[in-house]
Design a protein around this ligand. Structure first.
Ligand SMILES: NC(=O)c1ccc[n+]([C@@H]2O[C@H](COP(=O)([O-])OP(=O)(O)OC[C@H]3O[C@@H](n4cnc5c(N)ncnc54)[C@H](OP(=O)(O)O)[C@@H]3O)[C@@H](O)[C@H]2O)c1
Length: 368
């Protein structure tokens, strides 16, 4: 299987490539706008390298010439991006998977459904922590509930700063209104505001998290019928970065900063300097509240704890697990869809082997 990673030398692209490199039967092609960077990284993992811009008009032809079977795109930000790359993949008869966290982008991908079905390919958006892993956890825990009412998801990263694309994506909604489904009505929260705290297990401990915009906020109220609240919050383990972003969100909200994405490069550079002050720990939680089979209150809290900065693998492993499934013909879905429900939790967790990452399920009954 010839797998091209667009953005393959970027932050998450490199991690995906390193995982896929270990799977027999995959020939990797590292692509991006900078050929030197692509070649340098490809050389380390015995991959091929090509220069490719997501916006070039002959993308489909190049994918055909390169005989690509699967294109994985990390070339964000996906907020405001069109579907040109996915369309080119379909035209070239190649499967397509991306790491998109843009709400509109992921929720609108089904516009390509018919085209993808006609070509017998899978087009999958949002193969990452959300909604890839988050939906896998919910689907695993769902049978314990007769009624599911509340879904609360949160992530606190370590000090490791993601790539510029991730920061640009976050700045697209930072300080701006975000619609969240709360108590059965759409309510406004503000990007990187509405701070709350979450008590993770040790060694992560108590962390502050803020409202963030993700596809799950639209997908889950629609898919998990009867759910009256879906929230998502995130933050970083480094207080200075976390509260600094919160402060920045107010400058955007007050209209003092009008084009926040302009600041992505400088924020990225400065945040990297602060990485040395972190503890390497990160966590994710998914809390489900509702009624159990006997109509008694039930609250389940699934938690993932990562140390030694291994948490950076988490957004990458949905795409790795999906690639493995495609390679072994275990993923038969064709058409265009979000990553919701394409992986079981076990399939995702199998990719964690060798990493300093543990998961736990806490049963909080009655409510706490
Ligand atoms: N759903 C989730 O849970 C989740 C979580 C975290 C991150 N993400 C997504 O992951 C994406 C990647 O994040 P990252 O931290 O890896 O960012 P990154 O380090 O900036 O990587 C982006 C890569 O894409 C390449 N690229 C950008 N524009 C391109 C274009 N027009 N054509 C070809 N290549 C292009 C970049 O290289 P060049 O600029 O040199 O071309 C770079 O290699 C983010 O955009 C974010 O949306 C999703």
């Amino acid at each position: 299987m010839r797998v091209l990673i667009l953005g393959g030398y970027g932050n998450f692209g490199q991690i995906i490539a390193q995982h896929l490199h270990k799977i027999a039967g995959i020939q990797l092609i590292i692509a991006g706008r900078n050929l030197v960077k692509a070649q340098q990284f490809a050389g380390k993992i015995n991959a091929e390298a090509i220069q490719l811009d997501a916006n070039q008009t002959d993308l489909a032809n190049i994918l055909k010439q390169q005989q690509i079977n699967l294109l994985i795109s990390t070339a964000g930000p996906f907020q405001g991006q069109n579907y040109a790359v996915a369309k080119a993949a379909i035209e070239a008869n190649s499967h397509y998977i991306d790491l998109a966290d843009g709400r509109e982008f992921v929720c609108g991908i089904n516009i390509l459904h018919e085209q993808a079905q006609q070509q017998n390919v899978l087009v999958c958006a949002g193969a990452s922590s959300v909604p890839g892993l988050s939906s896998a956890v919910i689907n695993e825990l769902l049978p314990a509930f007769s009624e599911l009412r509340i879904i609360e998801i949160g992530i606190s990263t370590s000090e490791k700063i993601p790539g510029k694309s991730t920061i640009e994506g976050m700045l697209a909604y930072c300080g701006k209104p975000i619609k969240q489904w709360v108590d059965g009505v759409w309510q406004n929260r503000f990007g990187w505001q509405n701070l709350s705290t979450h008590q993770f297990s040790e060694p992560v401990g108590k962390r502050s998290v803020a409202a963030c915009d993700v596809p799950d906020l639209s997908l889950f109220p629609e898919y998990y019928k009867g759910v009256n609240t879906v929230t998502f919050s995130a933050g970083t383990g480094l207080k200075l970065t976390h509260y600094g972003t919160w402060f920045f969100s107010w400058l955007i909200r007050f209209g003092i900063i009008r084009k926040p994405q302009k600041y992505a490069a400088i924020l990225h550079k400065n945040s990297l300097i602060l990485e040395r002050f972190g503890d390497g720990n990160s966590g994710m939680y998914i809390q489900l509240t509702g009624l159990d089979k006997n109509k008694k209150p039930l609250k389940l809290s699934w938690e993932l704890i990562a140390s030694a900065n291994d948490g950076v693998n988490i957004p990458c492993l949905s795409s790795v697990a999906l690639t493995r499934k495609l390679l072994t013909d275990k993923l038969v879905a064709r058409g265009a869809m979000s990553s919701m429900g394409l992986l079981t939790l076990d399939e995702y967790l199998a990719e964690l082997a060798g990493l300093r990452i543990t998961t736990k399920l806490h049963e909080l009954y009655p409510f706490s």
